[in-house]
Design a protein around this ligand. Structure first.
Ligand code: ASP
Ligand code: MG
Length: 453
């Protein structure tokens, strides 16, 4: 069985739902299809919740009416038969009467906010399931609230999903297509909760891990993960294959198409994750798996902005031990994650993303260390690939590309998949382009020359 996930824009128009139906039924294979809310709906529901929190019932009601009107016109185009339309109308009327009932609950709390925001996925999946029924597809709706659970630390309980979903599926062996909601779950109090914004990818990977699926496919409107930021660099291309470690580095460093924790459950169970493009279904996309593919050493480049660098020198100088522990205890105390570190015998430099507590952190560090002025507006440029320790010639390519750009920190060897450089944010575009030229375009041109000889 495969697990396929479609995001908000992939279900955001009636005709897109029609093409998804074709896509999921074409190959005749059984699959679980995870859907997000229609694009714009989650934001719309959160905005209704904001009005209700502010006790502005008239404004909330107006927003609810507007959203209802959108759904009413959506179902007119979604279904071809009066019976189909009638089913769709019942679905939206039921869900919207629940949404309207929340207007009267005072005070409007976080519990209600989570209930309201869950409506997006409840609507999209029921509407789509009714459409599949109209089209005669042997499908079933699996209520995510029956098998998706988070614990008191907001961590998904995979064991629960394995047991519950396994039991549900064993009752439905005659069905071909299963539809379920992304994003939503229950919490230990039994209340409706969610996996945070963008969490539908995470749902797909959790389900994939729970049933040890053949493959998880994340369908979006981009043709996979690109080797560099297409907004900044012209000649980028989709990366065909990545290992889980490489994909995790890229997701963390801003490759927006994947929720950073998404792939962990799939990775744990060795389930491959494929990124596919709804607009171009025959394109290969990007396959993320346990294999380390060696055709290219440098696979991709990504960047993370708005970091602050702190330079810390030990006042007791050489051979002092326990210094690093003391430094990191300060960051721990202020719950501030450190992104990048470089050290020498007597100094350590770090970067942080969240500088909310920087003054307090600096004050504590000054009790046992000398500090320089911090540098704001720093960018980590991260080069991801397959850099095992016995490979030569990788650093030189990276540094050659960066020859005209001042580098503040370099990190190599922390993992076999990452080289990080810290530069001032103003050099970011130049750095991404220069690295693209040297590490991809030049390399490919050289390969072409040699293979032609
Ligand atoms: N609908 C939710 C959101 O917009 C979950 C998702 O789309 O992944 O965040
Ligand atoms: Mg979404």
């Amino acid at each position: 069985m495969q697990v396929w996930k479609f995001g908000g824009t992939s279900v955001g128009k009636p005709e897109r739902m029609h093409s998804i139906k074709n896509l999921i039924t074409e190959d005749g294979n059984r699959k679980i299809v995870v859907l997000s809310a229609l694009s714009g709906t989650t934001n719309g529901l959160l905005s209704i919740a904001e009005s209700l929190k502010a006790n502005n019932d008239a404004e909330a009601t107006q927003k609810i009416n507007d959203l209802y009107a959108h759904y009413e016109s959506f179902i007119k185009e979604l279904y071809a038969t009066p019976e189909g339309y009638a089913k769709g109308k019942t679905i939206i009327d039921n869900e919207f009467s629940f949404i309207r009932s929340l207007v009267n609950i005072k005070p409007f709390s976080l519990k209600q906010e989570k209930e309201i925001v869950a409506e997006g996925e409840l609507l999209s999946t029921q509407m789509f399931e009714a459409y599949l029924q109209e089209e005669g597809v042997k499908s079933a709706l699996l209520p995510a609230l029956d098998f998706m659970l988070i614990d008191a630390d907001n961590e998904p309980v995979l064991k629960f999903t394995e047991e519950k979903l396994g039991a549900i599926l064993s009752q439905l062996s005659d069905r071909q297509i299963f539809i379920t909601q992304g994003f939503i779950c229950r919490n230990p109090r039994g209340e409706v909760d969610n996996l945070k914004r963008g969490g539908s990818d995470y749902t797909a990977s959790l389900i994939g891990g729970a049933i040890v699926a053949e493959e998880v496919q994340i369908w979006t409107d981009i043709d996979g993960m690109h080797n560099n930021d297409p907004r900044i660099v012209k000649k980028t291309f989709p990366i065909k294959e990545l290992s889980f470690e490489e994909a995790a580095e890229l997701a963390y460093f801003g490759a927006k198409i994947l929720h950073p924790s998404t792939i962990t459950p799939a990775k744990m169970k060795g389930v491959p994750v494929r990124l596919k493009n709804t607009m171009e279904p025959s394109a290969y996309g990007t396959l993320i798996s346990t294999k380390t593919i060696t055709d290219r050493e440098i696979k991709a480049i990504a960047a993370k902005d708005n970091l602050t660098a702190i330079y810390i020198h030990s006042t007791r100088m050489l051979n002092a031990y326990g210094f690093l522990r003391k430094v990191f205890e300060v960051f721990e105390k202020y719950k501030t994650p450190v992104d990048m570190i470089t050290t020498s015998e007597v100094s350590v430099s770090v970067t942080i993303d969240n500088d909310e507590n920087i003054d307090a952190i600096m004050a504590e560090l000054r009790q046992f260390a000398d500090l320089e002025e911090v540098d704001k507006d720093q960018t980590i440029v991260c080069i991801v690939g397959n850099f095992s320790a016995d490979k030569e010639g990788i650093a030189i390519k990276v540094l050659e590309a960066m020859k005209n750009i001042p580098i503040r920190m370099i990190c190599y060897g922390a993992s076999e998949h990452n080289i990080s450089l810290l530069i001032h944010g103003k050099y970011k575009n130049e750095a991404l382009n220069a690295l693209n030229e040297r590490c991809f375009l030049y390399e490919d041109a050289m390969k072409d020359i040699f293979s032609a000889q």
